[in-house]
Design a protein around this ligand. Structure first.
Ligand SMILES: [Zn+2]
Length: 289
């Protein structure tokens, strides 16, 4: 089954819901980056919430999100936009930490303390970056805090990635629920009860319950679906793109590469390799002039 997101309003438009199933794209990211289970869970949660957040913007608007923690994973970076495409990079994918107390993967310990940075490129020739401190490193709480601190929007975030014993992703997904201005106290307290009753979103998916029923449960059956969007792990890198990056190199470095008879460039996001031989580099140097 493909990955997708449902966008809905509920409780007389007092609440906005983004809910998504991302099992395939998280598994694809695991394969590309060779993540170990705790890194798979952390990176998967981050990709999932970023993909949903991207849907809050127009198709061509871009978001770059960064989680900079002091845990063993190091920095994670995700690019997304309004059309449901997401790609990411993780500094150290080989992290496997279990919490014996909680009996599960310890994402908080793997991410550590630090900051979440969100950069918006809204096609206005300028970028806006806003940041908030990581609360727990568990990703969901960190984003809920970000929405309150940086966007003044009361938000509940729940994310879940279940990793099989063979390290593949059994299920991944989550939701973002935002309280619109003017929502009544009654709606807010009902929403809090409903979300509490739903419990961890990973359990919801593990019981083979659908995304539609999750939206309906959050909305207490008041949902009005606004849109359904496919989600993909997608990288738009190209040899031309890397050629443009190489053309920014200074003369000495470029000459060195030419003497070395070429260079292989690896895309951080999809691990695709591009080879630039001597002729390619001579052409780039020619165009620099
Ligand atoms: Zn790429």
């Amino acid at each position: 089954m493909k990955d997708y997101a449902i966008i809905a309003t509920a409780y007389n438009s007092e609440i906005r819901i983004y809910a998504s199933k991302t099992t395939n794209l998280v598994n694809e990211a695991r394969v590309i980056h060779d993540t170990w289970p705790t890194a798979t869970a952390a990176f998967g949660r981050f990709l999932t919430v970023s993909a949903m957040m991207g849907l809050m913007y127009k198709d061509e608007e871009k978001l770059t999100l960064q989680i900079k923690g002091n845990g063993p994973i190091g920095t994670m970076l995700v690019d997304t936009c309004g059309n449901g495409e997401v790609r990411g990079d993780i500094i150290n994918p080989h992290v496997y930490i279990r919490s014996e107390v909680k009996g599960k993967l310890d994402v908080g310990a793997a991410v550590g303390n630090g900051f979440l940075h969100v950069t918006k490129d809204l096609n206005m020739r300028s970028m806006f970056t806003s940041s908030s401190e990581l609360k727990t490193g568990e990703i969901a709480e960190d984003f809920a805090n970000y929405f309150v601190v940086s966007e003044q929007t009361p938000t509940a975030v729940s994310l879940g990635v279940l990793v099989e014993n063979d390290q593949t992703v059994r299920s991944a997904g989550g939701f973002i629920v935002q309280v619109m201005p003017g929502a009544s106290d009654e709606t807010i307290s009902q929403l809090e009860r409903t979300i509490y009753d739903i419990g961890p979103v990973s359990r919801w998916f593990d019981e083979q319950k659908s995304l539609e029923s999750l939206v309906s449960a959050i909305a207490n059956k008041t949902e009005k679906v606004l849109d359904i969007k496919d989600l993909h792990y997608k990288c738009h890198c190209s040899k031309d793109g890397f050629a443009r990056s190489l053309s920014a190199l200074d003369n000495a470095t470029m000459n060195e590469l030419i003497e070395d008879n070429g260079i292989e460039v690896v895309c951080h996001f999809c691990k695709k390799k591009y080879h630039f031989d001597k002729n390619d580099l001579l052409k780039i140097r020619e165009n620099q002039k």
